[in-house]
Write a protein that binds this ligand. Sequence first.
Ligand SMILES: [Zn+2]
Length: 274
Amino acid sequence: MGNRSRGGFGLLIAVAIALFSLFRYFGSSQVNEVTGEKQRVGNVTPEQEIALGLQAEPQITQQYGGESSDPRLRGIVESVGQRVVAQSEASKTPYRYEFHLLADDKTVNAFALPGGQIFITQALLRQLKSEAQVAGVLGHEVAHVVARHGAEHIAKQELTQGLTGAAVMATYDPNNPSSRGSAAVIAAVGQLVNLKYGREDELESDRLGVRFMSESGYDPRAMIRVMEVLKAAGGGGRQPEFFASHPNPENRIGKIKEAIAKEFPDGVPGNLQP
Ligand SMILES: [Zn+2]
């Protein structure tokens, strides 16, 4: 008897938690000021994104052999990255942008954490032939931060965890209401390391990257060169983030050309840095 009534009460609570999770996720869409798009970031704030990124940064840097020991190359990455941020719409965001050149000479890759921690490997930097190409890669990564793709990912996870939590609520300690939240944060930081965005997120970052690099005075056609370089480099082995969910690089180049034509309907001006 006692067990049955407790079971019924538990079920009621579980349903309430599931509904709360769904409501929080679907009831909290907001418009991104830079991209103009509606997005679901749950209750993830920019301050939390910055904190998560800073928390995960040392772990990720270590995974790629630490920071590069070449001060000249590190300086190029830092100055190009900060120019792309300072002279574009990305400067209107609350994020704290830091650009890391990773010592890894074998993995051709670049990626971003929520909140503004941005990484490029020496292996990728060596393949690039101009500052504008570096700006193309970093602009794409800045776009992931601005469009809050990481926050969307975390919000989706919080939804999943809310629903799972409804099933395993016995582990929740009512005397310590923060116990669930802190576990969710730890899980989110763990996920950040292997964060993979969807195809639509990648195409959006290409479009925004084209915009940011153009606004900061770089010729956006350099982005097409970057894709060609990556196509040649991505022959086998591990897929770089840049290729994640893009099985067809030709298709991606086509979309980048469309974005450039939309940005400059009368042709790319001649005064941009190639
Ligand atoms: Zn990307």
